[in-house]
Design a protein around this ligand. Structure first.
Ligand SMILES: NC(=O)c1ccc[n+]([C@@H]2O[C@H](COP(=O)([O-])OP(=O)(O)OC[C@H]3O[C@@H](n4cnc5c(N)ncnc54)[C@H](O)[C@@H]3O)[C@@H](O)[C@H]2O)c1
Length: 454
């Protein structure tokens, strides 16, 4: 190890290193808090002044981070936040946790990474460690981050150190949080790897070193592509089961009793969130540049992307049994967050389902204990809508209730008892009822009804 690297290592081990996190969202704020809890002084940098203000007031805006932690760390003088990148001059380490969305054309949007790295570069100094955490395609750290930082005249691996370490946080997961999810780390050089591993080792229980930044980048894309493809597979199975009058939920539950060689994935109304619908296309884009056509990713994308349309077909089928059309019907969506028990609506399939129903002339309302309002810019209906109160006695007023996200606090028995017609995309209502149309499952016939089996 060079003397410069050894000096930073000593500062990390003694907690005298000043740590920084750029991008204080779902990933960055928990990390800044863990670093501060590990004994470092941690500074968050974000362009969003509201986030900086919240931290200055000792308040958390991320559900997985208790406000009490932020307040205590503020009081102890361990955590602060700013919009001003000139603070980089005082920092020894920086973790970059900015967004990596897709453009409409499904190409990676690297503008957030480029902007954050350019802002850091203006104040980069010898002896710093810069770690990228944003999910991105293999090659980003050495093809994009390294040249931008080296434009300062300093050399990566000698004057400063860079690494990639994918974030694996699972928002809303009470068991696995930042500190106990193993952290994969790949540096540009051996010194870079050792320094990044040492930094994370102070706050995270298990470190998994890999040989390069590109391996670390690819690890994350394998993990998320694995999920996207398996969800695509089980969604296709659900469509098959629907046609064949077999209950896909019963099939998956029985299959998962196999103690080896099987992992349960469940069908649903489509993919949501910042990761699974997006990350595989970062890989796909990069692979195509090498002349490789990644077929699994594209196929899973087609199947998962069509699920909201299938849900709308189910709604139409359900209404048909009551001699009603989607056009003019009043439809209540239950759950608009992209998954259970969180408030995040990014890429939520609920927004697609709502948009499709609205386009067909339905009057759409929603209920979600975590999301008080859906803004017009977030869905194709273009109007702001507020969540309706979920109260017994009001469900009968809707022509159809569509369960998109199965938050635990929602009373599904009340929905089953009171709603006239239900489309359940999550198997939230376990008992079979003639008025409940479950995704990928047959339903019992109502009295006098003749269900055609094809
Ligand atoms: N949310 C997850 O569950 C999750 C899980 C694993 C990995 N990731 C990855 O982590 C990265 C961050 O995701 P997130 O969910 O925390 O995003 P987020 O949108 O919650 O937070 C990103 C933050 O970065 C800030 N920001 C944007 N540009 C900036 C700049 N130039 N300088 C400073 N701050 C800037 C934004 O204001 C925002 O506060 C993404 O690459 C994502 O794919 C997310």
């Amino acid at each position: 190890m060079t003397a410069l690297a050894a000096s930073l290592l000593e500062r990390i081990q003694s907690r005298r290193a000043r740590t920084g996190v750029v991008g204080l969202g779902y990933v960055g704020l928990p990390l800044a808090v863990e670093l501060a809890k590990a004994g470092f002084h941690a500074t968050g940098i974000d362009l969003d002044a509201r986030k900086i203000q919240a931290i200055e007031q000792g308040r958390s805006y991320i559900p997985d981070v208790p406000t009490s932690d932020v307040t205590a760390l503020r009081k102890a003088g361990k955590l602060d936040a700013t919009t001003d990148f000139s603070i980089v001059r005082e920092l020894d380490t920086i973790n970059i946790c900015v967004p990596t969305p897709l453009r409409k054309t499904r190409d990676p949007d690297m503008s957030y990474i480029v902007s954050a790295v350019e802002s850091i570069a203006k104040h980069l100094h010898r002896g710093m460690l810069i770690v990228l955490e944003s999910t991105t395609y293999p090659g980003t750290t050495d093809e994009v981050v390294q040249p931008l930082l080296e434009a300062t005249g300093l050399k990566a691996g000698e004057d400063f150190f860079i690494a990639f370490s994918p974030e694996r946080v699972d928002p809303g997961n009470p068991t696995f949080q930042t500190h106990n999810v193993p952290k994969v780390v790949g540096g540009l050089t051996s010194d870079c790897s050792q320094l990044a591993a040492a930094l994370y080792g102070t706050a995270i229980e298990t470190i998994v070193p890999v040989s390069s930044t590109r391996v670390a980048e690819m690890v994350k894309l394998l993990e998320n592509t694995f999920r996207a493809v398996n969800i695509g597979l089980v969604n296709e199975l659900a469509l098959m089961c629907d046609r064949m009058n077999i209950d896909v939920w019963e099939v998956v539950d029985a299959a998962k009793t196999k103690p080896f060689g099987f992992m349960a994935f469940y069908p649903g109304p489509g993919l949501g969130g910042h990761c699974i619908p997006i990350d595989p296309f970062y890989l796909s884009w990069k692979a195509k540049q090498s002349g490789f056509d990644p077929r699994f990713i594209e196929l899973a994308g087609h199947i998962n992307g069509a699920m909201p349309h299938y849900v709308v077909d189910k709604v139409s089928e359900a209404l048909n049994t009551k001699r009603k059309s989607v056009n003019g019907s009043s439809i209540l969506i239950v759950g608009v967050a992209y998954k259970r028990d969180i408030d995040d609506m990014r890429e939520s399939p609920a927004l697609d389902v709502m948009g499709l129903l609205h386009a067909k002339g339905a009057h759409v309302a929603y209920v979600d204990p975590y999301v008080p309002e859906v803004h017009g810019r977030e869905w194709s209906g273009r109007v702001d809508i507020r969540a309706v109160e979920f109260s017994r006695g009001t469900l009968g007023q809707y022509d159809c209730v569509v369960i998109i996200t199965d938050h635990k606090t929602v009373d599904y028995d009340a929905i089953a008892a009171e709603a006239d017609l239900i489309v359940d995309t999550r198997n939230a209502i376990k008992k079979p009822y003639p008025h409940v149309f479950r995704l990928g499952a047959p339903r019992p016939a109502a009295q006098g009804e003749n269900i055609a089996v094809t």
